[in-house]
Design a protein around this ligand. Structure first.
Ligand code: AMP
Length: 379
């Protein structure tokens, strides 16, 4: 199947080609026609499956038919996301796919951590709004946005929205929307909490399930593991960066303080490294991410909260410097590599006393991993 078979507007098809997508991914094949028909959907799909375009494209297709209206503060499509990074990433996809359409379609991301005034001004004329819930409510209370004309609501990474405690804010946002609208719910996993949200929110949805949690259907991600003591992790990381000629590697740790420490240590050893975590200012996070994407920064050291929002095409290496607490976080971390058709390598450091916890994670992922004993290596 090609994108041309999905009955999308020729100008949208041209943008898809310009973005370099050659054929639709499984979630896109299923979701696009259904959403274009106006139906609700519940999409269970991992990040990296192409889910962002699977809702952005049919939103554009539906809105393109509307005649140009007077500019106002009443967006037609609202995409709620859990993090600023994801907001920016979705906004980039929306902008790249809405270039040079027969009529101008404006999209914008709003999120906290930056000053609100420029967002208030810029919201005028926006048709597709991407927002984190808290900032959206602040803007609504200041009359910078009116949600009463939203026709399509997307909850992206709905499981994370619920996990991060946005439930009440989401309910408040939903109460501000018109009753008659299309609802699109996307999540990496289907939790009990999500099931109950789905029941109140969606009407006769088509359920599209691309991959089970922990099931690495594409098998594009190669996994390798090292038994290593805490004090040898730094030298092992530097050794692997050199041996495997890693030009771009995302390293996961458990806390912001640790991320700073490891990035500093790498930097002192002549490796361009930056830390990205929740305690950094939004400006610093955006800069670090841009420098990493451009290749100016070779190693990005991140915490789990940040991991969801990082989207880099074909990231070749991910290192779990420390194990995540849950198998779900592990899936999200390694999902940063091997995206949309490219192979990647995810390396995990395991201390001896974490062996049991690690086995639980692997079992959940239904994957086997060869372990290397790092004491046998010279570095
Ligand atoms: P997502 O699951 O939306 O985070 O998308 C993961 C990555 O896949 C993004 O970097 C997209 O640019 C890319 N992508 C989305 N759709 C396609 C497609 N049909 N072909 C190739 N790459 C795609």
């Amino acid at each position: 199947m090609s994108f041309a078979d999905l009955s999308l507007h020729p100008a949208i098809l041209a943008n898809i080609a310009a973005a370099g997508y050659s054929s639709p991914t499984p979630i896109q094949r299923q979701a696009i026609p259904t959403i274009c028909k106006g139906r609700d959907i519940l999409g269970i799909a991992k990040t990296g499956s192409g889910k962002t375009a699977s809702f952005v494209l049919p939103i554009l297709q539906q809105l393109i038919g509307h005649s140009q209206q007077e500019k106002n503060r009443q967006p037609k499509a609202l995409i709620l996301v859990p993090t600023r990074e994801l907001a920016m990433q979705v906004s980039e996809v929306a902008k790249s796919l809405s270039n040079q359409l027969p009529r101008h379609m404006s999209s914008m991301a709003v999120y906290g951590g930056v000053s609100i005034n420029p967002q208030m001004k810029a919201l005028y004329g926006v048709e597709i709004l991407i927002a984190t819930p808290g900032r959206l409510l602040d803007l609504q209370r200041s009359n910078a946005v009116d949600l009463s004309k939203v026709q399509i609501l997307v909850l992206d990474e709905a499981d994370k929205l619920l996990n991060l405690g946005f439930k009440e804010e989401m309910e408040e946002v939903i109460s501000l929307l018109p009753d008659s609208r299309q609802n699109l719910l996307f999540s990496a996993t289907l939790t009990d909490q999500l099931e109950s949200l789905n029941r109140v929110l969606l009407s006769d949805p088509q359920v599209i399930k691309i991959a089970e949690e922990g099931e690495d259907t594409e098998q594009l991600i190669n996994l390798s593991g090292y038994f290593v003591s805490d004090d040898r992790k730094g030298p092992l990381l530097r050794h692997l960066i050199k041996e495997l000629k890693m030009k771009q590697v995302l390293v996961f740790v458990s806390s912001g303080a640790k991320a700073d420490r490891i990035a500093n240590k790498l930097y002192k050893n002549g490796i361009e490294a930056q830390a990205i975590h929740g305690k950094k200012s939004q400006g610093a996070r955006t800069r670090a991410l841009q420098d990493f994407k451009s290749g100016a920064v070779q190693v990005l050291v991140a915490t789990d909260l940040i991991s969801r929002g990082i989207d880099i095409n074909a990231l070749p290496f991910v290192v779990n410097y420390e194990l995540p607490r849950s198998p779900r976080d592990f899936v999200h971390r390694v999902g940063r590599t091997g995206r949309a058709g490219d192979t990647g390598l995810a390396i995990t450091f395991v201390t001896r006393d974490e062996t049991h916890h690690f086995k639980v994670i692997l079992k959940k992922m239904k994957r086997y991993m060869d372990m290397v004993d790092s004491t046998q290596l010279e570095f």
